[in-house]
Ligand binder design. Structure first.
Ligand code: ZN
Ligand code: CU
Length: 476
């Protein structure tokens, strides 16, 4: 089976200038890039005149851990040209958590769903389930610190004992041996905040030994971000792991306007530390509902609430009024719950996301009732509004940030670049039409302008919607 993408504008992912040309795909590989004169018999020809042909996009920061196993649940990503997602970010993951009957997953693990989703007692069983599933996109899996702590520590409100660290390291190493793509932590979260730096370093070292990266959601993303960054650098230095700073931001009223300073600090560290960042093109974040984040925000939206599902999509003050409670009492009354926090300055967000080491990571939360629009919109908003309309970076550089840069970070050596011999993950899209449609009130609207998406040579997206499921487990 072969497919000829004829007469498009090729943007190859390396950062090189666009060139007109064809791409021939044979089986799951790119066979030829440039001018294709000899078309194989029974080759399907797709007319790409006026369209950009680029490598499929890699979303390095997702919480699609459960969603990838549900048929059709990744349509929102395919409509944005995403062909690979990295799950297991922020220390959150399904395996190797085992809940006792009646036990709810503790926050933030509950961002991945209810207890029923936690069906994998170890990494091999989850990886096996992925390999047996009809995956719409490729999936790389990080082992999550909070998931390991909940699985291995008698009391995750305390630092792990030597014995517990050994148990977590053994579980993680077992996972890395059978296909995990790295290790992640989220030190701001209740399930991990008690972990001292040395505990994280011990686990990051396990990942480094297998040449895999270490992703960190910093211990503090508000006023303590400076010390939290220092801690991340220390862990990376001591463990020798490639450092990935997750959803990097300056947040809260006192950090406003400090992105340049933050990036200088990161550039400084990057002189002797291999590192990268991810960020999403929005000035609001989203995670579980917590009082500190509410304090740091100018506006808060409720994205889900177990006791009050009817309040999803309302502002926190509207929810408080509906509950007839003051704000500080509405927060516990809504729990367990999720929220979106308007706590960033748009200029800071732009400065961070356009940094050459920064990738676009959606950080979307597919299980939320009313998710942050970044889930369905991050890549279209970046390439549409930011790159085409505002011209914050040129097209070749923008494409590099969503293709070869994440491929390098996760050592996906045969993806992220359009070249003969690479895996055929390809996005074909209209530069003029590509746009996000997801809004705060209607967040599950597909992006527009993506014409065809190939995943390992399978037509995963076309003008008719989703098609073949050609995804594989990658990054192991
Ligand atoms: Zn996070
Ligand atoms: Cu995240």
């Amino acid at each position: 089976m072969s497919i000829l993408l004829r007469g498009g504008t090729l943007v190859d992912g390396t950062g090189a200038a666009a060139t007109p040309g064809d791409v021939l795909v044979v089986g799951d590989r790119v066979a030829q890039v440039g001018r294709v004169d000899e078309v194989p018999a029974d080759c399907r020809v797709l007319d790409c005149a006026g369209l950009v042909v680029s490598p499929g996009f890699i979303d390095p920061h997702t919480h699609d851990d459960a969603a990838v196993l549900r048929p059709g649940a990744l349509d929102g990503k395919l409509a944005q040209g995403v062909t690979t997602v990295v799950v297991g970010n922020c220390g959150i993951g399904l395996p190797p958590v085992r809940l006792i009957p009646g036990q709810a997953p503790p926050p933030p693990l509950n961002l991945l769903g209810t207890a029923a989703a936690f069906a994998y007692p170890d990494y091999p069983s989850y990886l096996q389930a992925l390999r047996e599933a009809a995956l719409q996109v490729n999936v790389a899996v990080l082992g999550g610190h909070s998931a390991l702590r909940v699985a291995c520590c008698a009391d995750w409100h305390k630092p792990a004992s030597r014995h517990e660290i050994d148990a977590m390291a053994a579980r993680l190493d077992e996972g890395l041996a059978c296909g995990l793509a790295g290790f992640s932590t989220g030190l701001a979260y209740p399930t991990a905040i008690a972990a001292p730096t040395a505990e994280v370093t011990a686990l990051a070292r396990v990942s480094a030994r297998r040449h895999k990266p270490f992703a960190i959601h910093l211990r503090d993303e508000y006023d303590g971000v400076w010390d939290a960054l220092t801690e991340a650098f220390e862990i990376a230095r001591d463990s020798q792991a490639f450092l990935l700073l997750s959803h990097q931001k300056t947040a809260g009223p006192r950090q406003r306007g400090r992105a340049r300073e933050l990036l200088d600090r990161i550039d400084d560290a990057a002189r002797d530390l291999p590192l990268a960042l991810d960020a999403y093109p929005y000035d609001a974040g989203s995670t579980v509902l917590d009082a500190e984040s509410v304090r740091q925000s100018r506006e808060v939206l409720v994205t889900w609430s177990v006791p009050h599902p009817e309040l999803a999509g309302r502002t926190l003050s509207e929810a408080a009024t509906a509950l007839n409670l003051p704000l500080d009492l509405a927060i516990p009354a809504l729990q367990p719950a999720g929220a979106a926090y308007f706590h960033m300055d748009p200029a800071d967000v732009r400065q961070i996301l356009t940094h050459p080491r920064c990738m676009v990571g959606s950080d979307g939360l597919p299980e939320d009732t009313c998710p942050h629009p970044r889930l369905f919109g991050a890549f279209a908003r970046f390439l549409g509004t930011w790159v085409r309309d505002l011209q914050l970076v040129g097209l070749p550089e923008a494409v590099r940030k969503v293709t070869s840069l994440p491929a390098e970070v996760f050592a996906l050596s045969d993806r992220g670049v359009l070249r003969a011999g690479a895996r055929a993950d390809v996005a074909v899209w209209s530069r003029t039409e590509f746009a996000d449609r997801a809004t705060w009130t209607h967040p599950r609207q597909l992006a527009v302008g993506m014409r065809w998406v190939l995943v390992n040579g399978c037509v995963a997206w076309s003008p008719r919607g989703s098609g073949e499921a050609g995804g594989q487990v990658v990054g192991g």
